[in-house]
Design a binder for this molecule. Structure first.
Ligand code: M6R
Length: 591
């Protein structure tokens, strides 16, 4: 959460360039934004609550500066709580991603020593601590050394950058929270996410937890955070392209990414034999495997658990990432944890993976962002290859994870050719679900549902996690209360909420769940529910039928598409921004 972008180089108009780069990072948080530039010992600052939109910065010319988009944790959404935060003298500015868990103690000590705080944020302690450490030392203390000492005082998962307007340096340190340094023609950059460096940097280095990085007039230097000694760091080419980041003629990233799914799945069907075999091998060698994920990734993980049991007759445990550490898993050096994450930065997943590694378990990752923290922590990673997912809603990375797990289950079962055939059918099925006639149907349903308050979604077996994911897609973007259920659970309580006209989505693929799910649909209809059936075949109980292809074990891949589209068109109907739902951010890097 929170987007960070910093620049040091020859361009004098650093401020507007930084603001522009921040727009690409807004999906990490859009409660407020701020830009600071360094001019001869003082800071030029522009910051405001709300989205960047058409904002312009009126800042003096400068060759160094940084910016921040905020997802608020400590301190409300206000101009004054927007980053950057200054020290008492105005020499230093600080931006930060994470939560400084011991900030209250640090703040009260600083206040007792006379420091005046302007904001309610945890971040501001860093500015004052840097000011003290640089100023109070009997020996001259460099800002690099000050950052090293101050960062060691902070508890929690944090990334911090300090702008020193005297030395004209940006100095950064991190613990788990991501930072990437970029080098271009004659300039250096630092960001929370490589996407912000596209069009600027040619090569990148993913900052390690044990590094302090300084960007300044002399280029980029790295230091050991334990000793302060200089250290070397390797850069790799930045492979993302400008074209991957554009809207390509679509109105929003969400609809663009929904439409990219046939291409993503086709690529997996064609190219993923080797990594899928390796994952299958790891699972068969392991004595206990666990699939973990958060949000949409957790539903992909749960789908995986069903797929392994159904196809490979193998029990692969499932746990929600944020709950994993609260269960006794008896993890050993023979266990395998398979962590699913689009961003590779979700704090609850990183936490769970680090705990698993401490227990000696092996870690495999299904991750979309190469170079992300999860990617680097894992013993083995499968890159989803879905391309940048810029809408806050996960879509193409979900179907990519499910496709890979489905193929892996078939490899374990010795029926790889069947898995591949189902996946190819799903590629066609997803294309059909995105065809104009299907989209028009969805738009009609969106018109019916737009003023409803509640919606229920049911599925059984393999379609149960699909129902959970469908409900999430609808609620997080349209703000309609949508609840997903295992179809059999309805009569244990939920059915009490169904009344005349309540929209109920029913997933009914042609599999062993069909008869039971249709009786559930009947029970809903008898209580007034308006039944939208997502199924290869029409049924009498459906008020509206959304046809999807019959694709065997790949049914979650085609089933979820109408729900993704429904979320999108409901958001449009309700006048909401489909790419930036309220209160959310793309990468959840706080616990
Ligand atoms: O990057 P990750 O896959 O680890 O993210 C997990 C969740 O934060 C994410 O799926 C979230 O639930 C999305 N808003 C779903 O659309």
């Amino acid at each position: 959460m929170c987007g960070i972008f910093g620049y040091v180089g020859p361009r004098r108009a650093a401020g507007p360039m930084i603001l522009d780069a921040l727009k690409r990072l807004e999906y990490r948080g859009y409660d407020s934004w701020g830009v600071a530039v360094g001019i001869d010992g003082h800071v030029g600052l522009s910051k405001r609550a709300g989205r960047i939109g058409d904002a312009v910065v009126d800042l003096p010319d400068a060759c160094i500066g940084f910016g921040h988009t905020r997802w608020a944790t400590h301190g409300g959404v206000s101009d004054v709580n927007a980053h950057p935060h200054l020290d008492c003298t105005g020499r230093f500015a600080v931006i930060h991603n994470g939560i400084i868990e011991n900030f209250r103690t640090l703040r009260s000590r600083l206040e007792s020593r006379g420091h005046v705080f302007r904001s309610e944020t945890d971040t501001e302690v860093v500015s004052h601590l840097i000011e003290e450490t640089v100023g109070a030392s009997s020996e001259p203390c460099t800002v690099v050394e000050a950052v090293r000492q101050v960062f060691a005082m902070l508890r929690g998962l944090n990334a911090v950058i300090v702008l020193d307007t005297v030395t004209q340096q940006l100095v950064a340190a991190k613990n788990v929270s991501p930072l990437v340094v970029g080098r271009g023609e004659d300039a250096a950059y630092i960001a929370s996410d490589a996407v912000a460096l596209v069009g600027h940097a040619r090569e990148v280095h993913y900052v390690e937890d044990r590094e302090i990085v300084a960007l300044g007039p002399d280029g980029v230097q790295f230091y050991d955070s334990a000793t302060g000694a200089p250290r070397a760091a390797a850069f790799v080419p930045l492979t993302l392209r400008e074209a991957d980041m554009s809207l390509n003629g679509f109105d929003h990233y969400l609809i663009k990414e929904i439409h990219e799914q046939p291409r993503v799945l086709r690529r997996i069907a064609e190219n993923y034999a080797e990594p899928v075999h390796h994952l299958a091998e790891l699972i068969s060698e392991a004595y206990g495997s666990f699939l973990i994920g958060c949000g949409t990734s957790s539903y992909a993980a749960l789908t995986g658990s069903y797929l392994f049991s159904r196809i490979a007759r193998r029990h692969v445990n499932f746990a929600v990432g944020s709950e994993f550490k609260y269960q006794e898993h008896f993890l050993t050096d023979r266990s395998l944890v398979i962590a699913l994450s689009q961003s590779g930065e979700t704090a609850d997943i990183i936490d769970a993976v680090m705990a698993a590694k401490r227990a000696g378990a092996r870690v495999a990752a299904l991750v979309n962002v190469p170079g992300s923290t999860l990617d680097r922590l894992a013993d083995f990673s499968i890159h989803l290859g879905a391309g940048p997912e810029q809408s806050v809603l996960s879509t193409k990375s979900y179907t990519a994870k499910v496709a890979i797990l489905m193929l892996t289950a078939h490899v374990l079962n010795g029926s790889e050719h069947v898995g591949r055939e189902h996946l190819w059918r799903a590629v066609d099925g997803v294309e059909q679900a995105l065809a104009p006639a299907s989209v028009q149907r969805i738009q009609e349903i969106a018109a019916y549902m737009a003023d409803k308050e509640h919606c229920f979604v049911i599925g059984r077996g393999l379609s149960y996690p699909t129902a959970l994911e469908a409900a999430l897609k609808i609620k997080e973007i349209s703000y309609i209360h949508a609840e997903g259920f295992a179809g059999g659970e309805l009569k244990h309580g939920v059915i009490a909420l169904v009344e005349e006209g309540t929209p109920c989505l029913v997933f009914s693929p042609i599999d062993e769940t069909r008869d039971d799910i249709l009786s559930g649909a009947m029970e809903l209809r008898s209580r007034g529910g308006f039944i939208v059936g997502i199924s290869p075949e029409p049924e009498e109980v459906f008020d509206i039928h959304l046809p999807v292809a019959d694709v065997g074990d790949a049914s979650p891949l085609v089933g979820v598409i109408p729900a993704q589209l429904l979320g999108y068109y409901l958001a449009l109907r309700r006048g909401l921004d489909p790419d930036k739902p309220r209160n959310l951010a793309k990468s959840v890097t706080v616990k």
